[in-house]
Design a protein. Structure first.
Length: 326
């Protein structure tokens, strides 16, 4: 997924310590990505007052195409820096190609993790005969001492699963429910897909050093004491040893968490960095087709690419956590 927002805001996300237990809703916002197909996504991260959950810095729920193009859409080559992208399709198929030579189909239930290091480019296309469906696209910020790791792509087709009474979990990254994902992580982090059965009342053990948040994909349930339904990210803060899931007729849930990210981030378009200058340099390298940083993708002619939007002329504004007081 590319952040195709036509006027992306530049945001400086300040670091922060452990927030303690919380119970706050952060509504997803509809983001029109522009282009001829008029694609809209529901974005749960970053939030103005909650730029990150652990190192998770971006969370989009993308849908299956517009009425004019029900099969979905192709996303042409575009760059990333400073992050890992996580693609978690819920249905449909996507063909992923990138500048480290990957050319794979992405199916539901398989984790697709692309680590940009200082630069990678990729495209995401429909698969003939299939819709591109809907799914989740997340970004994980790389810590400052790992932003220059070699770019690489991982596909994990056999993720570890766990069972608790009434809960079946698939661990995308990190560890939960006694199992650990093989996905490469650079910070203490967790991400899991949870299927919660009707009538469940189960406490999911979690790491109290982590902050956590829940996105309900389908259905509804009570998380601790709060009814949670699709449309908002429910932020739980840190210092919990378990998260109680109950009072449901069945729900499909994404859980994300991690140690609060201890570095300031500047995010703009498809880039995660530490300063305006780094963002500007990456933009220039993409626009000038610097092939050392962003090699061509096999199968795409050089002119087939998403141009970077213009940088905003405004000064950066710090984006601090402003979690409402109880
Ligand atoms: Mn992308």
């Amino acid at each position: 997924m590319s952040d195709l927002e036509t006027r992306p805001e530049e945001a400086l996300c300040e670091s922060s310590g452990r927030p303690g237990p919380r119970a706050d809703f952060f509504p997803a916002r509809e983001v029109p990505l522009g282009g001829v197909r008029g694609v809209t996504v529901h974005r749960s991260l970053p939030q103005r007052d909650l730029p990150t959950v652990g190192a998770w810095c971006f969370l989009d729920h993308f849908g299956s195409g517009s009425p004019a193009n029900p099969e979905g859409h192709d996303i042409e080559p575009h760059p990333h820096i400073g992050l890992q992208t996580v693609t978690w399709p819920l249905d449909g198929r996507i063909r992923h190609r990138d500048s480290v030579g990957s050319d794979v189909e992405i199916w539901p239930g398989q984790l697709n993790l692309m680590t940009s290091g200082r630069g990678i480019a990729h495209s995401e296309y429909r698969v003939p005969g299939h819709t591109s469906g809907h799914g989740l696209q997340l970004w994980i910020a790389l810590p400052g001492d790992k932003v220059a790791v070699a770019p690489h792509f991982e596909q994990h087709r056999d993720l570890p699963e766990f069972e608790l009474p009434g809960v079946r979990g698939t661990v995308l990254i990190g560890a939960l429910g006694g199992v650990t994902s093989p996905a490469m992580a650079y910070t203490p982090i967790v991400g899991a897909d949870l299927r919660v059965d009707a009538g469940t009342d189960t406490a999911l053990p979690v790491d109290p050093a982590f902050e956590h948040a829940v996105l309900v994909i389908e259905g509804a349930l009570r998380v601790e004491d709060t009814e949670v339904a699709p449309g908002s990210l429910f932020y739980l803060g840190s210092d919990r040893t378990e998260i109680r899931l109950h009072d449901t007729a069945g729900a499909h849930v994404l859980l994300i968490g991690g140690e609060p990210f201890g570095e300031d981030l500047v995010m703009w378009w498809n880039f995660v960095a530490r300063s305006h200058d780094e963002i500007e340099a990456a933009r220039n390298d993409w626009e000038s087709r610097d092939l050392d940083r962003f090699p061509d993708i096999a199968g795409h002619p050089p002119e087939q690419r998403i141009p970077a939007p213009p940088l905003p002329g405004l000064h950066l504004k710090p984006r601090k956590r402003r979690i409402p007081q109880p």
